[in-house]
Write a protein that binds this ligand. Structure first.
Ligand code: FES
Length: 122
């Protein structure tokens, strides 16, 4: 797991968390472990409270990650998964920029995670 930088109006400044090799927690679990106030409710991909925007910081293409049907449905319901982004995820294994923190498994890539602090708003 690589470094994860969180940015939000709720934080006085960006906070970078240093990852642990082999860790396969969700991004929400990592945030909670470090007392970073990413909103959440269901923790199961249903509510969209944990909506985040993820940017890979090393300039590489985001690592592939399979989105569950539930995550796709919830992102689309919040207007954060376009038809094009859904096709890229399904056909080319390129994940969308908007994700659900409770469904996002942290990978070995440095990322910026932005969240507004308002449930369901990135
Ligand atoms: Fe409900 Fe993540 S906490 S979708």
């Amino acid at each position: 797991m690589a470094d994860i930088t969180f940015a939000s109006p709720l934080l006085p400044k960006n906070k970078t968390v240093y990852g642990i090799a082999g860790d396969t927690h969700t991004l929400l679990a990592v945030a909670r472990d470090h007392r970073i106030p990413v909103p959440f409710n269901c923790e199961d991909g249903d509510c969209g409270s944990c909506l985040i925007k993820v940017t890979v910081l090393d300039g590489k293409q985001p690592m592939g990650s399979t989105l569950s049907e539930k995550e796709k449905f919830t992102l689309a319901a919040h207007g954060k998964l376009s038809k094009e982004a859904k096709e890229l995820a399904e056909i080319a294994d390129i994940p969308p920029q908007y994700r659900l923190a409770c469904q996002y498994i942290v990978r070995d890539e440095p990322i910026l995670v932005e969240f507004s602090g308002e449930p369901g708003v990135e």
